[in-house]
Design a binder for this molecule. Structure first.
Ligand SMILES: Cc1cc2nc3c(=O)[nH]c(=O)nc-3n(C[C@H](O)[C@H](O)[C@H](O)COP(=O)(O)O)c2cc1C
Length: 313
């Protein structure tokens, strides 16, 4: 498939792996890139040297383009940026904030820049600052979220900017990809779906929980603390929500390291299992290649079916 997103990233399919702290390892990202999508290393709270190791690892696993996600909430943004420039990383995706002051420097080094946005105003701002594309991420997503749903956000952002829009939040199959394209997106980004794949290195408990979750089994923690995140509904998530009201300091304290405890230890009692509402649509653990091929096949079938059977065009 050829469109502005595949041409921008020099990939076969307009399918991007969402940056995921702890879960977005070089191994999973390489599998996505090798399958024709854009694999992205989640740098999360890494220091420069840890990121360099992951970049070296992905370079040993694929010769296809890949990206690094930088969370703007990280205290190490500057050193991570130096590392991606030194390592000549093809693509940087920014999450959780406004990266306008960093965009030009990356572009001067030939790095393509994608920015995750939760509003049309930020989309316009980063377009003016030189971003190559925006990822419009709706609030059904796993991880840190904004306030607007994917269907409204993608529609609005696609009408507001000229650069290509990638849709994220609630997408796990070719039908949702077709819906996103109908709204004006030219690519999709997925997080939760990639967690339940063979190459994903999250703990088995994490994969099992995603497989058994229904579409109503997520909850937003941290909203009252100013950093809302969608996670699986566990007793720990409920405890966080209760503490946010009774004792915000304690809530902050128990959240520290909680994503790591879920991803690495599969710790049901004190881990934050970040996942989107789309977990209720995930029923198997395919390889990344099987998944991407399945999504593309279903995407084309859906578009064709709509045309042939639904609207008789
Ligand atoms: C476990 C997990 C960790 C995440 N960590 C990050 C992150 O570090 N940086 C970021 O920009 N987005 C992060 N996200 C959001 C994803 O990149 C992606 O945009 C989101 O998962 C898309 O929604 P979906 O889960 O419905 O596919 C995370 C999501 C999950 C599920």
């Amino acid at each position: 498939m050829k469109n502005r997103v595949t041409e921008l990233f020099e990939i076969d399919y307009p399918i991007v792996m969402g940056g995921m702290a702890w879960a977005g390892t070089a191994k999973l990202a390489a599998a996505v890139s090798n399958a024709g999508g854009l694999g992205v290393i989640g740098s999360g709270a890494m220091r420069a040297e840890q990121l360099r190791d992951e970049i070296e690892k992905i370079k040993s696993l694929t010769n296809k383009p890949f990206g690094v996600n930088i969370m703007l909430a990280s205290p190490y943004v500057e050193e991570l940026l130096e590392t991606v420039v030194e390592e000549k990383v093809p693509v940087v995706t920014f999450g959780a904030g406004n990266p306008t002051k960093f965009i030009q420097k990356l572009k001067e080094h030939g790095i393509k820049v994608a920015v995750v946005v939760a509003s049309d105003s930020l989309a316009k701002l980063v377009e003016r600052a030189g971003a190559d594309t925006v990822v419009a991420e709706g609030m059904e997503s796993g991880g840190h979220i904004g306030e607007v749903s994917t269907i409204v956000l993608v529609n609005k952002v696609a009408r507001s900017v000229k650069i290509p829009v990638i849709a994220a939040g609630g997408i796990a199959d070719g039908r949702a990809m077709a819906a996103a394209f109908a709204l004006g997106a030219e690519g999709i980004q997925m997080g939760t779906r990639f967690l339940a794949t063979v190459e994903s290195e999250v703990h088995e408990n994490y994969k099992k929980r995603i497989l058994s979750a229904s579409i109503r089994d997520t909850v937003v923690t941290g909203a009252k603390l100013g950093h809302p995140a969608r996670v699986l509904k566990t007793p720990f998530a409920r405890q966080v929500c209760d503490l946010e009201v009774k004792s915000p300091e304690e809530a902050e304290m128990i959240l520290v390291g909680s994503l790591k405890r879920a991803v690495i230890d599969g710790d049901i009692d004190s881990g934050s299992f970040m996942a989107g509402q789309v977990c209720g649509l995930i029923e198997d653990v395919p390889t990344v290649k099987e998944l991407i091929e399945r999504i593309m096949k279903e995407f084309f079938e859906t578009v064709e079916k709509l045309c042939r059977e639904v609207i008789s065009c």
